[in-house]
Structure formats: structure tokens, C-alpha cells
Design a protein around this ligand. Sequence first.
Ligand SMILES: [Zn+2]
Length: 260
Amino acid sequence: MTTEYEVHAIRYATREGRRDHSFIDADPHDGPLPMDYFVWVARSGSRVIAIDSGFSRAVAERRGRTFLRCPVESLALLGIAPEQVGDVVLTHLHNDHAGNLDKYPAARFHLQEREMAFATGRHMRFACCGRAYELDHLFEALRLNFAGRVEFHDGAAEIADGITVHPGGGHTPGLQFVRVWTRRGWLVLASDASHYYENVESMRPFRLVFDVGTALDSFRALRRLAGGEMDRIIPGHDPEVMRRYPAPDPALEGIVARLD
Ligand SMILES: [Zn+2]
């Protein structure tokens, strides 16, 4: 029997946004569309797997984001200490997904080999590719690799029974998304393979995209791995997630949502 996980999203930052910043083909007068920042956590008994690690307050302030809470310390809201996290899946190395790595003393980190190659490669000289990365985050990832704590994957891989990663490139070449077995079946944590529900629903990539064709292929992969059921896909930045899913406790309304 496949291991079943409970899955939560933690909202740790937010910012004002506009629709024309969120779709490659949107009308420039389209109106506001806020962006939320999340990390996700899958738990089955004592096994805890974090998906992405967010940014710090300092990065948020420098980039003009509204920082709400430390994404790693917020695990305490679910009764989880960072020391209990055995695996961290990094969907990609963008600043809002791959900071705070030093706050996980016991974790192995899972990353696509292509993502590290891209983030340390020739395209970083161009601001449109490089500015979404934080050099300090990359240094920390390199440090962890030298310490033997990074598991590189080349395509789909099983992280644990009931948790797999899948290539979801386009936004960045080495992006991976995560599929988790839950009480309602397979749940697909898209991360930035689909920032908003509308990206995958309307097959229109987010504006920051390295390869449009691959981004479209990734939308199809998300749909396929969700068994064609759109409500099993969790987008990476959509405030709608907090409205569609219940808080595990009324005090955590708008902060934590249970997804499974
Ligand atoms: Zn992101």
C-alpha cells in the first residue's frame, strides 16, 4: 500500500501584482492580481518532507515583498521542528523557493541537475534570467552539495514511497514539481510550473518564462499526473489556494491550508 501523506501549504509572504505581470499575453490594463508566496509540507507519521524553503525577511525587504512569517519557523504552527524534516524538495532555485537552507540541519535536498547547471551557467549574465536568483542561496546550495547533502535528479524520481518529482521546465529549465499520495488520491504540487490556477487552466504561461514550448508541455504533464482532475493541481502562487482549502485550525486562517 502506498504511503499516505497529509499536505499543508504555508503562506509566508505576499505582494500586490497585476495581471499583465502574470501572463505572457495579458492586456496591459487588465487589473490587479496579488501574488502569495508559499512553502508546502507533506507528513506521514514521523516522516516529514518539505517542498521549497522560501526567502528570508532581508530578501523580502530588498525585493519589495511583504514578509509575513519565516517559512521554516512556521512549521511550528503544524507542530513540526526543522530538525524533523528529513528531505527538502527544491522545485527550483529562484529566490522565493530556495532560501533558508541553513535552517534545515538534518535534511537532504532534492534538486534537478539541470536547475543547478542553469543557475550557475552562462545565462545568468542576463538580468531577465539571473535576477530571480539570489547568489547567497546558490552559494548555500553549493556548500550543501560539497557536504554531500544534495541529491541531484535527472527527470522523474521517487523521493519516498508516495512522493515523486517530475520535470516541469519552462519557467526555468530545471524546475520540478511534486506528486504526493493523499487520502483524496494523487495531489500535484505544481510550484511555478503553474503560478496561478489560470495559467494551467488557460494554457498561458506566466510572464517570466525561459522556454514557452516547454512551459506548455509542463501544463500538460501537470494535468496528466493529476489524472485530468484540475482540483488536484495546487498552483505555486495563487491566493485562491487559501480560499479553496480549509485551515487546520481557525486561528490559522489565511496562514495554513490543508490540501489533502
Ligand atoms: Zn516562485
